[in-house]
Design a protein around this ligand. Structure first.
Ligand code: GLV
Ligand code: MN
Length: 195
């Protein structure tokens, strides 16, 4: 859903100090084959963290070749029992395919309706732009997913981190009221998330 490009390509100059709607283009004379290829998704990510999952991103910041093309991909590794926690992408619809493992994929609409399915390898899912979704590995093996987006920089609002680990912090009174709990619960959530 990014705007259409106005040229064949515009390899992002990610070091530029200019900030436009995307990155400025690297001079055409400096463009090489390497600019159109990216091996950042070839390696398994380290899932040793509280969620037991890791997203390796292939957006314009890591793969400047996608600059202005309205497209990006991720690799998601999830340990058995691990969760890619509820999150949304403000600028893109997501489509994904499960390569390995047994995966529960869930999404929630703006009307608070929950949709989900358990996937086996080769099966796909789609997450409409902006909706909150998650993936949980409910199998015994590692799960591997590749996801794709119709934005070169989809953005990710990871709900628990966004609310509980922002800097500066969201006031405790706001979190207490929002979740109808005592401050001790807020403190526990924050410390377990690694605050
Ligand atoms: C999975 O939901 C991803 O954002 O890559
Ligand atoms: Mn996602």
């Amino acid at each position: 859903s990014d705007p259409d490009p106005l040229q064949d390509f515009c390899i992002g100059d990610t070091k530029s100090e200019l900030s436009v709607n995307g990155f400025p283009c690297k001079p055409a004379t400096k463009v090489t084959s390497d600019d159109f290829f990216f091996d950042g998704l070839s390696k398994e990510g380290n899932t040793s963290n509280p969620f037991g999952s890791i997203v390796t991103q292939g957006n314009v910041e890591e793969f400047p070749g996608v600059n202005t093309l309205g497209i990006a991909m991720n690799r998601v590794d999830i340990a058995p029992g691990g969760l890619n926690p509820p999150h949304s992408h403000p600028r893109a619809t997501e489509i994904g395919v499960l390569i390995n493992g047994k995966l529960l994929v869930g999404l929630i609409t703006t009307g608070d309706v929950y949709y989900s399915k358990i996937l086996t390898p080769g099966q796909m899912f789609v997450i409409p732009k902006g909706l909150i979704h998650f993936q949980m590995n409910i199998g015994e093996e590692k799960a591997l997913i590749f996801t794709a987006f119709n934005s070169h920089l989809p953005g990710a609002v990871v709900v628990p981190l966004n609310l509980f680990l922002s800097k500066p912090s969201v006031p405790d009174d706001v979190l207490k009221k929002a979740f109808q709990v005592e401050k001790t619960v807020i403190d526990e959530i924050k410390s377990k998330l690694g605050a």
